[in-house]
Design a protein around this ligand. Sequence first.
Ligand code: EAX
Length: 324
Amino acid sequence: LITAGAVAAFGLTAWSGVATAADSHTIKFGNVISAGDTQNQGYELFAEQVAEGTDGRITVEVYPDGQLGGEREMIEATQFGDIEMTAPSVGVLANFDKSLEVFDFPFIFEDADTAHEVLDSELGDEMLAGLADSGLIALGWGENGFRNLAMTDGTVRVPEDMEGIKLRTMQVPMHIAYWESIGAAPTPISFPEVFTSLQQGVVDGVENPYELLYSARLTEPANYLTETRHIYDPEVLLINKDFYESLSEEDQEVIQSAADAAIDKIRSLKKTVSDEIRAEIEAEGGTVTDLTEEERQAWIDSAVPFYADNASEVDTEKLKAILE
Ligand code: EAX
């Protein structure tokens, strides 16, 4: 191979320019989270570190707020290479890789630390690696957080209060099955359309972590909240497999370590953001209901028939391992 020295010997000066052009890339990274939210603070850090680590050869353009579509569409766009990256909720991603459905079981994690322990274990790594079969490289487990209920009218305290309630869910079969099992009427809607659906009364409520409920202004139409913490929702940082594998090993390492840094930042911000945003919601006139211990137990018990009916649908060994 010709070397830079040999080229310089011929008096050519554009050597580094040639190399730069060949290795330059733009990564389009779409997500549905509001700009400025915890996740996007993490993704901005990712963009900075990738630019720094590649001397500006690789540029990451973050498109927040569902500018490039809903989560399902963006997963497909990432698979096909129309965009390079996205970071959906694990439940939406489970439509593409069923083994992830074990994380869609309600009340499976008590707190974020326990969830991280499972996600960061061999089992979690194995599940991320499995996404390669879907044309996706998973760079790590991000975090959306614990999901709570927000209703347009009336306070929910116990599962029976959900009878007949039209609840917007994600496009996640296991979530839909759980809400149906307690008598609610789950309605899957893509995130960018949720605000309008609440406003127009297509649904009576929605469920999401406080931060998203607030930043997407869902707490305007849905300002009766209940801290159910019914699902811990990890997100997965995904990159198109062919694109990633076309990069040099050094560039891949820069991308992986920038993703690790983003995830650390997101997890550390998430420790306090939920309480902070909850206080904002209340300060602006929203009602937030805490469950008594008995009420919380009633929610956990409400999921028992769901587990009985659906455990055989998923990898039972994995489900057991998580529960243990
Ligand atoms: O991944 O759609 C939702 O409710 C999700 O929480 C959101 O897309 C973030």
